[in-house]
Design a protein around this ligand. Structure first.
Ligand code: KG4
Ligand code: ZN
Length: 334
């Protein structure tokens, strides 16, 4: 039996989980700070670090108690090393290093996005090569996963991440933070009414969403100048379809070129209903024989189960980190 303790604190969630044999989640505790940051319209890094310090011991106690294990029984401690907010990352890493040193456990530094990708392994066995579409608040990437923990970023965003663009557009429409889920709900009620440009709709696998975001801002401005009412549902419909269309086209092209056996979606925006439907329809229609993993909603947003899962795979590969491991706010995945 292999027990991995996962620790995640890269942004605004203090989370710990205990994973047994890479399959069974014995506990998965997430203490979210979202209500506090929502008061400011976004994550305030200094407040995030302080709340992590307040929460970290309680979350650890709950994760072990709920799992029904003691720290002595844990085989390795997997922790998010980066990317993320420097102060927030420090709290989780310091906790992990303290436990590793005090209880003589191997320490495994995990890349946050590798965690998001391996969240999919909690649902279904990963078949390589896999193409993972990573869509979160800070990342928009097409990642070719050739084999276990072997990542090649074949496309990325030149500017805003898709989650970031969602949050900014939501702010223009006076929707509360985080805006992505709000836009998703309204888009489902919208009709084709507004025209927006498709962002960087070319043959490359790269993305750009700031132009689309500016187009929404200009459109809202023009509507207001004409003293007309904005129809938020229709605007969300147009915005969401614009970014989903481009993402779907590029995922289809990349899957064909790289001949992958499986496609997965990872990150907070993987919870988007419009994206999940469009991806399912595209794979059924154009990529016959390719398997699709849609992570359940609970493992799309930041959690430690995904860090424990990635840690389990690294543990199996014999990978571990030294006790003087430092945080890497700009950690590169490749
Ligand atoms: O992965 P995540 O929890 O944090 C990062 O590592 O960035 O992603 C958070 C992002 C936020 O921008 C949020 O607005 C977006 O995911 N998000 C969504 C949805 N749920 C969360 N965006 C679109 N549709 C959703 N349903
Ligand atoms: Zn994340």
């Amino acid at each position: 039996m292999v027990l991995i303790l996962g620790i995640e604190s890269s942004c605004d969630e203090t989370a710990m989980a205990v994973l047994k044999d890479g399959k069974e989640l014995l506990s998965n505790i997430v203490s979210s700070q979202i209500d506090t940051h929502a008061l400011y319209g976004g994550v305030v890094p200094e407040i995030a670090s302080r709340l992590h310090v307040q929460n970290v011991s309680v979350v650890l106690e709950q994760a072990l108690t709920q799992a029904g294990v003691t720290i002595d029984e844990i085989d390795a401690i997997a922790v998010t090393q980066g990317p993320g907010l420097v102060g927030s990352l420090h709290v989780g890493l310091q906790a992990a290093k303290t436990l590793a040193a005090a209880f003589h456990k191997p320490l495994i530094g995990v890349h946050h996005i590798a965690g998001h990708i391996y969240a999919n392994a909690l649902v279904k066995e990963i078949t390589y090569p896999m193409l993972s579409l990573v869509v979160s608040g800070g990342h928009t990437e097409l990642v070719y996963v050739k084999d276990a923990m072997q990542f090649e970023i074949i496309g990325t965003t030149f500017d805003d991440a898709v989650g970031e663009a969602n949050d900014k557009v939501a702010r223009v429409l006076n929707l509360p933070y985080p805006g992505g889920p709000q836009i998703d709900k309204l888009a489902a009620l919208g009709k084709p009414n507004y025209k927006l440009p498709k962002p960087l709709d070319d043959k490359s696998y790269n993305f750009s969403f700031s132009g689309l975001k500016s187009a929404v801002i200009n459109l809202v401005h023009n509507i207001k100048q004409r003293n007309e009412e904005i129809i938020p549902e229709d605007l969300c419909f147009a915005f969401q379809n614009a970014w989903i269309d481009v993402i779907i086209n590029k995922t289809r092209n990349a899957a064909k070129e790289y001949g992958v056996k499986q496609i997965s979606i990872a990150g907070g925006v993987a919870a988007n209903k419009g994206l999940r439907t469009a991806m399912t329809e595209m794979v059924e229609k154009d990529l016959l024989g390719t398997d699709l993993i849609l992570p359940p909603l609970w493992c799309c947003t930041d959690n430690a189960a995904m860090i424990a899962m990635a840690g389990h795979v690294m543990h199996e590969l014999g990978l571990s980190s030294p006790l003087d491991l430092g945080v890497k706010p700009g950690f590169e995945m490749e």
